[in-house]
Design a protein around this ligand. Structure first.
Ligand code: FAD
Length: 319
């Protein structure tokens, strides 16, 4: 069976959930083979095996931490060529998409970005124009390079493996001069919030202009649900919440199991970043707010009353 390469997204070996989603999709199309670049492989080994990576290509090179994405694209291209992989899956993050683009050029392959589903024959589904259209597409040249949006599928552990029966291959890559042209000079982690990463979270609670600048009720509900916090551009532009949490056309795209929009009107640019969420709950004091058109459940009311009530109720149920 042909290998489907999955680029592992990790921090020092802590594998992000998005990689498990890619492995779940890769199992439909062939034999999943993970590509682990950087340090910390020992911490990742069992997780990758559990989610079906029959093989892991490991490249441990300091270049991945020292330089921008070019070393990663070069390593992945070398492995894709030598393994004769039938396709490559990456996560639709800014970094994943940049690596994918460079990889597709190196392989002479077609590329599809922001897929929300990948079928057994590597046909992809994309949701475009703020969800107005669903596009089904297939790469016709070379091994398809596909980036998949986080939360596109629910990660499922592979049957019949305890995660330890896969093989691994250490790979050495001779990087080109071009790979070391842009060096990382500083790295500052964002202050830890204790909340899940926005694009990975299975629940997102977002606040808009309707918060009036007070995100405390939004954050309290998010914490009760174990959710990430998001914001509309109006809230971000007003300086109420950092841009890193903006959802929409000029912010992040999320596709959680549950999206709660509080005090957000539902402008098309906001919907573009969240309309593939599985269940959408709206809290808005205006019954005519356009966001209700997208809602699975809606509450007409003041978020300053409704959110604390919901938080208290969840607190009672979860003890
Ligand atoms: P508003 O539209 O002002 O809506 C506030 C809502 O809160 C109203 O529906 C109101 O009824 C409700 N409300 C008020 N008080 C309460 C209360 N106490 N309780 C409950 N409800 C209350 N926007 C984004 O979000 N993300 C983007 O990435 C983005 N990109 C853009 C790119 C471009 C090129 C452009 C032109 C615009 C972009 N926008 C984006 C802006 C977008 O058009 C809207 O202006 C913005 O989404 C509005 O944010 P909002 O819903 O929070 O505010």
């Amino acid at each position: 069976m042909a290998e489907i390469l999955v680029l592992v997204d990790h921090v020092d070996g802590a594998v992000r959930k998005t990689t498990l989603e890619l492995l779940t999709l890769a199992r439909r199309a062939g034999e999943p083979a993970a590509v682990f670049l950087g340090s910390g492989y020992d911490a990742a080994r069992e997780t990758l095996g559990t989610y079906g990576a029959a093989k892991v290509y490991v490249v441990e090179a300091p270049e991945f931490e020292q330089y921008l994405v070019v070393p990663k694209a070069e390593a992945l291209a070398q492995i894709a060529r030598s393994s004769g992989a039938a396709g490559v899956l990456l996560t639709s993050t800014p970094e994943g998409k940049e690596i994918a683009a460079r990889l597709a050029v190196k392989l002479g392959s077609g590329i599809i970005t922001d897929a929300v589903d990948v079928a057994a024959d590597l046909t992809t589904t994309q949701s475009v124009f703020a969800g107005e259209y669903t596009v089904t597409a297939q790469v016709t040249t070379g091994a398809p390079v596909i980036t998949v949006k986080p939360n596109a599928v629910t990660p499922e552990a592979a049957d019949g493996t305890d995660g330890t029966d896969g093989t691994e291959e250490k790979v050495t890559v001779a990087f080109s001069d071009a790979a070391t042209k842009a060096r990382i000079v500083d790295r500052k982690p964002r202050a830890a919030t204790g909340r899940p990463e926005l694009t990975e979270a299975s629940i997102v609670v977002s606040g808009g202009r309707g918060t009036g600048g007070d995100f405390a009720p939004v954050e309290a509900l998010a914490d009760a649900l174990g959710a990430a916090v998001g914001a509309s551009r109006a809230a971000v532009d007003s300086g109420w919440y950092p841009h890193a949490y903006q959802i929409g056309q000029t912010g992040k795209t999320v596709s959680p199991q549950l999206y709660l929009a509080a005090g957000i009107s539902g402008a098309i640019q906001h919907l573009a970043g969240m309309q593939t969420s599985k269940t959408i709950v709206v809290v808005n004091k205006d019954p005519e707010a356009p966001v209700f058109a997208l809602a699975d459940f809606g509450v007409v009311g003041d978020l300053r009353t409704v959110l604390p009530q919901a938080t208290a109720e969840i607190g009672k149920r979860t003890g």
